[in-house]
Design a protein around this ligand. Structure first.
Ligand code: RB5
Length: 149
């Protein structure tokens, strides 16, 4: 059975999100398109919250989020302790966010990242495993962050 992947964007990531939806469907993924579905302006925290719900309720294990730069929506997504969202601009980041950070959400900027680079990043993100070991210790600490003097 093919993996189910959720995608979601605000208006700034709308065009690139739709291209990714089509590409991933062609690649055989079961795609859950959480919107947005028009170019009308929406607030990226609301879109990040839709992705958080899809992951928390087990509809998907992994997803891809987009806004104009990817910055706002990655900040929003990372407010949820079970999300490790990585804003990525190239293949190296896409590989390392999986190998070292066990990222479960890839974030791309619809106004900053070209379509071919975005496709490459998505492909690498979806095909790269977590290395565990010392990285597992560090990732575990992300779930228990407290201030240190
Ligand atoms: C929306 O205009 C824009 O601010 C948003 O897409 C994103 O780039 C925010 O970080």
């Amino acid at each position: 059975m093919s993996e189910k992947i959720a995608l979601a964007s605000d208006h700034g990531g709308f065009d690139l999100k739709n291209l990714l939806v089509e590409k991933l469907k062609k690649d055989g993924y079961d795609v859950l398109d959480l919107g947005t579905y028009t170019k009308d302006s929406v607030d990226y925290p609301d879109i990040a919250a839709l992705m958080a719900d899809a992951i928390k309720t087990g509809k998907v294990e992994r997803g891809i989020l987009l806004c104009g730069t990817g910055i706002g929506i990655s900040i929003a997504a990372n407010r949820f302790p079970f999300i490790r969202a990585a804003l990525v601009h190239d293949a190296f980041g896409a590989r390392l966010c999986r190998q070292h950070n066990n990222a479960n959400v890839l974030v791309l900027g619809g106004r900053t990242t070209g379509v071919e680079v975005a496709f490459e990043c998505a492909d690498i993100f979806l095909h790269t495993g977590f290395l565990g070991d010392r990285h597992a210790r560090r990732v575990e600490k992300l779930s228990h962050m407290t201030e240190k003097e």
